[in-house]
Write a protein that binds this ligand. Structure first.
Ligand code: ADP
Length: 652
């Protein structure tokens, strides 16, 4: 302007000197030329100024980007920078997620944003149009105004420029700038801001990548720590509490609950962040609901996490009285064995607090949580099972002790009864034997028969009493054995001789297989005599007339035998499978007591059921074994029985 004034003065002076019309014309021409030069100089200066500011902003933006790798800080820095450098009245930065939903925002110049977090884009709005058409959109400016777009100007604003933040064809967000001036954005401004928007988009993309990477690293470390923390206990209640505590280090929440399936319902089993006076544990959600909007059912059905940016807009959401109002919600299924066993429910009191990004760490966490829960459930079951087992073992131990006490009482009774019976029996036996030798008796056949009956009855009773005493001794481990070299062959032959009359009476054939190489064994001769007498008498008793009894031997142990096995087989009535072991317990008989005959070797003569108990006691005292085997019990088919006795050749 100083040049213009100077030129005007020079032109006026020349006109004064020349005093003519030509001079006036020259003067006007000079003024116009000067005006043109000045305008273009002003434009150039303004343009240069804009470029300078762009360069400054760009460099400052670069510094902010380096200083703020953190996302939220970066957004705030960008809007502040643009506002201070260009003196705009409003700068807003709206970030969008995959669904073009506003996920984050930063703004300066106004308190209320044009769009809130969680809002969907509207194509009729400037921000929506810029994002969807991927180009700059203006309001109150012929340059880039589009028909059909509703201006959404903030109070007292007159022009708006919305610029998409693009990486290739991907829209990361929108930069919205507003001014109180009308038509504030010319082509130069738009170009400069577009270039800054492109720089911002790259910075945001890098910040996202940085954050994602840092998040992944942090998540990996956190999940490792969480894994350790969750596996630190198997107590179900502790695991439930731990899960919600550890969850906070993965995804932030104001309150969270853990819901598990119980009888077709989702029941809250643990909660955190609820005020102490609320009762969140009573909330139950039905899994039979057919409401398509039911968020719990949706997670159950899809087996995927669900983000609700604003639950207050959800028709079915019930606000629990006494709790601060929930805004954002994140639900994560707990899966085990491809089945939803429950879910995590996270609430924030601010809107749009959860994004798709949060579902990834939350889902990874849920996998660990489900494993920890499953382990705790298993442990719980095993623990319960162990307790039940311990209880049952205790019950059985008591029962066994009781049985042992009863058994001891029985043994004591047998012992006392046998001792008490033995003395009078010995007297009866002795006197009847003496009577049988008296002349007065021998001369009278009837009296002789009577006294003989008394004598034989006393002998039989004596045998039974001896058996009772033997059983008592075995039970009290008071058998007095004298080990010496015993020839089993001789022993069995001796017994054979004593039983010869019974065998003949019952037309039974006793066969002893050849025993040439049978060594002598170390044993108590009287004990073994009792054993084989009982076994042979039983074979006689339980084999019908005309049957066969066979005795075989086997040497056991290679190359030098250590044991001898004696097998007594008969062609008798056999033993039912369920009784094969029981017959060795005292007082056990398979036949009916009422059918017992008194004969020692009569068919099915029965006895008090002590014989085999004595046999087993004596054999075990010899460190041997005895058992019976038989195809079964059949009085018609006569399958027979085999009694096996295994005795060591030497006693250690
Ligand atoms: P008992 O005094 O009744 O013979 P044991 O202890 O000798 O008592 O035998 C117990 C039961 O075992 C007998 O009542 C009988 O039912 C069964 N038993 C024993 N030996 C034989 C056998 N050789 N054949 C079939 N049953 C037998």
């Amino acid at each position: 302007m100083a040049a213009l004034a100077g030129l005007s003065v020079v032109a006026w002076l020349a006109a004064q000197l020349a005093g003519g019309k030509l001079v006036v014309g020259l003067m006007i021409t000079a003024v116009v030329i000067t005006l043109i030069i000045e305008t273009s100089r002003y434009r150039t200066l303004r343009h240069l100024n804009l470029l300078r500011r762009q360069a400054q902003t760009s460099s400052a933006l670069g510094q902010e980007i380096t200083a703020n790798p953190d996302f939220t800080g970066l957004l705030a820095a960008v809007v502040n920078l643009l506002q201070t450098e260009f003196q705009y009245d409003y700068v807003g930065l709206y970030l969008l997620d995959e669904n073009l939903l506003v996920s984050r925002l930063a703004q300066v110049g106004q308190t209320v944003p044009l769009l809130s977090v969680g809002d969907f884009l509207d194509t009729r709005q400037v921000i929506g149009a810029a994002a969807l058409q991927r180009e700059a959109i203006c309001v109150n400016n012929d340059l880039c105004e589009l028909p059909g777009i509703t201006p959404a100007l903030l109070p007292r604003m007159h022009s708006e420029l919305a610029l998409p933040l693009l990486i290739g064809q991907k829209v990361l967000g929108v930069l919205d700038i507003q001014s109180r001036e009308a038509a504030a954005f010319d082509a130069d401004h738009t170009l400069v801001l577009q270039s800054l928007a492109a720089q911002t988009a790259v910075a945001i993309r890098n910040a996202v990548l940085y954050q994602r990477e840092a998040g992944r690293r942090h998540l990996a470390e956190t999940l490792y720590d969480i894994g350790l923390a969750l596996s630190g206990t198997l107590n179900r209640e502790e695991v439930l509490g731990n899960i919600l505590e550890q969850l906070a280090s993965v995804v932030a929440y104001d309150r969270a609950a853990l819901l598990l399936h119980e009888d077709g319902q989702l029941e809250i089993v643990a909660a955190r962040g609820f005020p102490p006076d609320t009762q969140p544990l009573q909330i139950r959600v039905s899994l039979n609901s057919d409401d398509p909007d039911d968020i719990y059912m949706t997670i159950h059905r899809t087996e995927k996490p669900l983000v609700i940016p604003d639950v207050t807009k959800l028709p079915g959401w019930t606000h629990v009285a006494g709790l601060p109002e929930a805004k954002s919600w994140l639900g994560v299924p707990l899966l085990h064995d491809k089945q939803v066993i429950g879910m995590l429910s996270l609430v924030r009191e601010t809107g749009g607090a959860y994004s798709h990004e949060d579902t990834i760490p939350a889902t990874t966490f849920a996998v660990q949580a489900a494993v920890a829960l499953h382990n705790a459930e298993l442990y719980n079951k095993i623990d319960q099972f162990n307790r039940q087992l311990a209880y049952e073992v205790e019950q059985r131990t008591q029962a066994v002790l009781q049985l042992a006490r009863l058994d001891q009482a029985k043994t004591d009774f047998i012992n006392v009864a046998a001792h008490e019976l033995r003395t009078p029996l010995t007297t009866i036996k002795g006197y009847s034997q003496m009577l049988l030798q008296e002349k007065i008796i021998t001369e009278n056949s009837l009296q002789q028969e009577l006294v003989s009956g008394i004598y034989h009855g006393a002998v039989r009773l004596h045998d039974i009493v001896n058996n009772m005493l033997n059983v008592a001794k075995i039970d009290n481990q008071a058998l007095n054995l004298h080990f010496q070299s015993v020839s089993l062959v001789h022993l069995l032959e001796r017994i054979h001789l004593t039983l010869a009359s019974s065998l003949a009476e019952r037309s039974l054939l006793l066969i002893m297989e050849p025993t040439a190489d049978l060594p002598e064994i170390e044993a108590d001769v009287e004990g073994l005599h009792t054993v084989f007498s009982h076994l042979l008498m039983n074979a006689i008793k339980y084999t019908p007339d005309g049957g066969r009894i066979v005795i075989r031997h086997k040497l056991i142990g290679e190359p030098s035998p250590s044991h001898i096995e004696v097998i007594l087989s008969d062609t008798g009535i056999g033993i039912p499978p369920e009784a094969r072991d029981l017959i060795f317990s005292k007082f056990y008989q398979t036949g009916q007591v009422a059918l017992h005959s008194t004969g020692k070797t009569k068919f099915k003569g029965g006895g008090p059921g002590l014989g085999l108990a004595i046999v087993r006691g004596i054999i075990e005292a010899h460190n041997g074994k005895v058992w019976a085997d038989s195809p079964g019990y059949d009085e018609a088919a006569l399958p027979g029985s085999h009694f096996h006795v295994v005795l060591p050749i030497y006693q250690s």
